[in-house]
Every structure is written in structure tokens, then in C-alpha cells.
Design a protein around this ligand. Structure first.
Ligand SMILES: [Zn+2]
Length: 316
């Protein structure tokens, strides 16, 4: 039974107290009742100290352990507000905006929260796309003079898959890839599209051989058609232009290559639910994922940035 607030007034009254948020999280995490990791029996309750206690053996564990909220000392009610705000904002929000809206003390906290929440925007084991699926790759970055084709320069190359739904677009998947070779593009297709589906791509050699992996493939020789790639593969190109607009608008292009995949996940989360008219349902989905996605400590998030401030992420 999906039980979530339908509107802002309901959200405010339901999650006004920390206890109400904890109880909601508890029910979402253990819909069939607490399952004890020590004695394997069922049944338990929330204590006043935000611990979950096993009815049988008395084992106590933290309500937040193993969720994206683990390690955070901030109240759950504040996290809930961040999630409500983020799922209600049509174009998402930058860390600066989240810091201001929630009155968080530091930019770093807002930045870290957004990244933790982005990790919860992908449901583990989600379904792959099916049916007719357009696949293409694109560079993200400032335009450079000259054509670089599919060779990698300073820009990031991303692969995009978009389901056809009538004349429109169904669900999408996107991911940063190392290059345009089959060794990079095939794994993307395999993880994003159900075998048996019909792929529509251009005639780039990086897609050759997918037929042997269980896919139908329509390879369009863009040059021969005399049309542009955006006419031949209109869905992926529409998605890419929306993505670029979002990165330049909400995030002003300040997204580093290291974190790009998480921004792609946020874009995908919102895009695939764009027809959902219920903000509460988006909030519910995000929270459902948040209790099953393992926590990522801040240290692990900024690993690889080598001391550069996350605020100074280089532009893409
Ligand atoms: Zn137990």
C-alpha cells in the first residue's frame, strides 16, 4: 500500500515531528515488520533513541544504518524537506538553492546531500528499456573549433538510449562512456536495453555486433539519407538538448566529469517520471530507494578530486 502525502499541506502536517518521520521511514524500510539481522526473527519497534529493537533477542540497530541517511546528524525531518523540495522542483535545484531554502549552515552539507540523494535516484535492479530504442552518443562540453568526431578530448562522452512510445519518448537511460568503441558502447546497451529489443542507431562501428548479443538493429547511414542525425534519431537528440539545457540552467555548467553520472541519474529520474502528476509519489519513490541504497561517505564522494574544492568543479 503506497501511502504518501498528496500535497504540500499534507506533507507539512504529516512530517511535522521527528518521530513521525522516523515511523514513516521504519514502515517503508520494513513493510512486513522489522527483520532482525542477528536472530532472523520478525518483529521489533522503534525506541526513543532512534534505534530499532528486536522483539525476540533485544538486539538494537540504528534506523538509519544502511540507508543514505547513515552518518548524518541532521534531523530526518530536514532530510524529508530536502527530498520534498527536490521532487517538487521541476528542474531540480543547485546546492546553493538547497542551502538557502533549507537554511543549512554550509554549502558543503547542501552539496553532499544532493549527491547522496542523486545516488538514491536509481533503483537497484531497475528494468531495462524495451521495444524500439534509439541509441546515440554525444559530447558534453563547450563547443570547440573543428570536428573531433568520436575521439575524446577534454569533453565527456555520454551514451543515451531513448524508448519510442508512439511518436514520443518513453523511458531513457544515459551514462558516461570512456570512448565510442564497441568495448564501451556494448556494455552500456547491455545494461540499459532488454535483449530482444530493436535498436536504432547510426552506422557507427561501435554499435556493430550487437545483433549477435540478442538485439535487432536498424543502422541508419546518416550521410546517405541526406538528413541530420537529429532527424534520423529525433528522440535521443531531444533528450540531449533537454539535458544540456538543464546542466547549463540549473547547474550553470559547473559539473565535473567525476560526478557527471550522478547528474545524469537525477535528470533521468525526473525525465522518466515527467508525466507523473503526483509530487508525493516522486517523493515516495525517492525515499523508497534511499532506504535500500548503501550510504556513501563524503570522503568517498570527493575522492579523486585531489583536494580541489567541490565548488570549483571544472566546467564541462
Ligand atoms: Zn533478534
Amino acid at each position: 500500500m503506497e501511502d504518501y502525502p498528496r500535497n504540500h499541506a499534507e506533507f507539512d502536517s504529516r512530517f511535522a515531528t521527528e518521530v513521525a518521520c522516523e515511523e514513516y521511514l521504519f514502515r517503508l524500510r520494513w513493510p512486513e515488520g522489522f527483520s532482525c539481522p542477528r536472530c532472523n526473527s520478525r518483529g521489533g519497534w522503534l525506541t526513543k533513541r532512534s534505534l530499532v529493537m528486536c522483539r525476540t533477542c533485544g538486539y538494537q540497530s540504528s534506523l538509519r544504518a544502511g540507508t543514505i541517511f547513515e552518518g548524518s546528524r541532521k534531523p530526518l525531518s530536514l532530510w524529508f524537506r530536502a527530498m520534498w523540495y527536490l521532487t517538487g522542483a521541476k528542474s531540480g535545484a543547485s546546492a546553493v538553492t538547497v542551502q538557502r531554502v533549507l537554511g543549512l549552515g554550509s554549502y558543503q552539507t547542501a552539496w553532499t546531500w544532493l549527491h547522496k540523494l542523486r545516488r538514491a535516484m536509481v533503483r537497484p535492479g531497475r528494468d531495462r528499456l524495451r521495444g524500439l530504442v534509439e541509441v546515440d552518443e554525444t559530447f558534453l562540453g563547450a563547443p570547440e573549433p573543428g570536428r573531433h568526431g568520436r575521439r575524446m578530448g577534454r569533453k565527456a562522452l555520454i551514451a543515451v538510449a531513448a524508448e519510442a512510445r508512439g511518436q514520443g519518448i518513453g523511458r531513457i537511460r544515459m551514462q558516461r562512456v570512456a570512448d565510442g568503441k564497441a568495448s564501451s558502447l556494448h556494455p552500456f546497451v547491455l545494461s540499459s536495453v532488454e535483449p530482444g529489443s530493436l535498436l536504432r542507431t547510426d552506422d557507427w562501428q561501435g554499435y556493430a555486433g550487437l545483433e549477435k548479443k540478442g538485439y535487432g538493429r536498424e543502422a541508419i547511414e546518416v550521410k546517405l539519407t541526406g538528413l541530420t542525425a537529429s532527424t534520423v534519431l529525433p528522440r535521443v537528440h531531444r533528450v540531449v538538448s533537454l539535458l544540456k539545457r538543464w546542466l547549463m540552467g540549473t547547474h550553470q555548467g559547473a559539473v565535473s566529469h567525476e560526478h557527471l553520472d550522478y547528474y545524469l541519474d537525477e535528470f533521468t529520474f525526473r525525465f522518466n517520471r515527467r508525466t507523473s502528476r503526483s509530487r508525493g509519489k516522486l517523493f515516495y519513490r525517492l525515499l523508497q530507494n534511499a532506504v535500500v541504497v548503501p550510504p556513501t561517505p563524503y570522503r568517498a564522494m570527493v575522492k579523486g578530486l585531489r583536494g580541489r574544492k567541490q565548488k570549483a568543479d571544472h566546467k564541462i
